[in-house]
Design a protein around this ligand. Sequence first.
Ligand SMILES: Cc1ncc(C[n+]2csc(CCOP(=O)(O)OP(=O)(O)O)c2C)c(N)n1
Ligand SMILES: [Mg+2]
Length: 734
Amino acid sequence: MAHQGGEGHGVGVRVTFSETRRGASRAGERKPPREGETMNSAAAAHARGARKTAVATARPLSLCPASASCTTLVGGGARRRGGQHVVLHPPRASSSYSASSSSSPKKAGKKKKTAAKKDAVAVTPRDFEQRQKSVKGCDVLVEALVREGVDVVFAYPGGASMEIHQALTRQEGKITNVLCRHEQGEVFAAEGYAKVTGKVGVCIATSGPGATNLVTGIADAMLDSVPMVAITGQVPRRMIGTDAFQETPTIEITRPITKHNYLVMDVKDIPRVVSEAFYLARSGRPGPVLIDIPKDVQQQMLNASEIDVSLDPSRFLEYYNERLPEPPRKGLLLDVARAIANAKKPMLYVGGGCVDASEELAEFVELTGIPVAQTLMGLGSFSEMHPLSLQMLGMHGTIYANYAIDNCDLLLAFGVRFDDRVTGKVKDFAPNASIVHIDIDAAEIGKNKAVDYSVCADMRESLKGLNKLFREKQVEMNAGAVQKWTDEVLEQKKLKAMSFPEYEDAIAPQHAIKVLEEVTEGNAVISTGVGQHQMWAAQWYRFAEPRRWLTSGGLGSMGYGLPAALGAAAAFKAAGEKVTVVDIDGDGSFLMNVQELAAIKAEELDVKVMVINNQHLGMVVQWEDRFYKANRAHTYLGLKDKEWHKSEEEVDIYPDFVKMSESYGIPARRVIHKAELRAAIEEMVNHEGPFLLDVMVPHIEHVLPMIPGGGGFKDTIADGDGSMFHEERPMKGL
Ligand SMILES: Cc1ncc(C[n+]2csc(CCOP(=O)(O)OP(=O)(O)O)c2C)c(N)n1
Ligand SMILES: [Mg+2]
């Protein structure tokens, strides 16, 4: 049974903390939740769908287990739609989490005795000894992480989480903690780890500021569908809702930006909650799950015999499981295959949902001969070296990719979400095409753009099914027409090839990235900040494989690059693999999490940093140039009256990233002249251990092509730079 929020306390509480607290201070009525209760957030677990829009699943979100201990919850805020509640947990007649098994030491002791007496004959002395062993909540937690196969966590301690850190030291050898220098660093690091491994990334923070520092990264993981479990300490249960020191309503804050979240109110729930959290984070459309654990629950003792290690994580998630997409139905795939076979100008638009289907996608392209455009999140899911790859589409996509979308008669939207940075004006996106949309999240289908065929299923399974139909010739392509179409598109690829201005002495940012691709032979893992450098990295570093590209797509979080690279490097170190990891960063973005240089040095992680240093918030400058008559509004990052781009005096460069890096014990150098660039990049890549290369570039450069926001293909801007908008040419050397 579900309860609407507003009841104040106890079973069924789903009032936001703030509401509750306001109530408490006014009426003095609020009581904290009782011991023995677990508050699971609404979950919406499924709820990626429900949270999205009313269009999607106008379903409400609540998780209302009928068992007494797993408290009923009702989704709040944006997630509550209509008056109906979705039950994710089926009733549990009896379980080890029953609230009747009180957690009070007195009662627990009584129960232990009874159990021991009853089982005395049935168990061996060893079993008996084992059952008598008590385990502290924090150890129960860390042991649960070990059972999930976690080898690396990113955790920063504080009062409400130090118990967990103490427990981590007791599992040294099994789990390594990488001590980032800021919680935002650790959450991005967990994303980097998850993206390169495909496993769930784990970050841990203390209550209050520790938890709120995770927020940006959690939202980032939500928008980019990154599997993550974030664990936060919380003030002791009896103090919840009292404005205690370092108390924040973490569950409430993170509810709309997590796939699901939990406030654990009883130590007994920890094993189940952890296994559910990992299951939820990685199943269906992946995403972040948060577990908030009050300090006294971390300190609570649990009889070892009560830890159920044989948990099937999905055991209590029946209704979530019911809503996971089933394998694609053959009839649906046949309809799609027939539409493909009838098409004269088919085009693939593939995204992050294809990252784990790259082999199947390659086979599909071989079988059908259809050209491929990729989203920012989909880069690497199809080799950009393949002749049929048109690289990235969208706002800063290639002209030929956008041309193909504009002219195709069938658009195969696979594992994508019709993001506005891809579509521009939705009505003008693929205006002549029928659309097939395959995606694992039902909420995405028809969300932004009406489609003609839809399959809600896993991309890999769907592609396998389609490939079988084409391989067995149950359907056959209109090969002649498709050949004509690909010839047309490949002609565009030649005519409108990507280019950039090469300067005599100054380093074009695109050139630096191209040289990096050459020196690393396209095999590096690349992370980025957000801005022009990010778009240039997407355009000029071509990926042949998935899981090599770490970038903040949906949220566009500056400061992502360095910690994400750190997380990737930690994953490779743990696996004993040697992979070159390069953070291509902007000077603005790099500064946002520069403190992680300390973590990189101290943890001996091999991260290279290539700062594309234009002394500006370049992407904003570009928009100022194009849309605000080049009026500079707080986008210059150097010192006033000492503009390097004007003086070309090295002393005017600010801040000094080389000195900064060296102060962290990481060797660095700066490169200003084109002739020195290749050797400098080689030095960086070949250096054993971390290295920073500060690459000075002109700030007049614009990311092109560009379709202005809300525009269509016909609005493409293909040339020009900042010098068109400035009275004087900013750099003498250009
Ligand atoms: C946390 C955050 N704050 C602000 C922005 C808005 N923003 C987008 S790009 C950009 C400029 C980034 O500058 P830099 O990192 O130097 O990259 P560049 O564009 O110069 O290559 C800004 C401020 C953002 N994306 N993220
Ligand atoms: Mg910059």
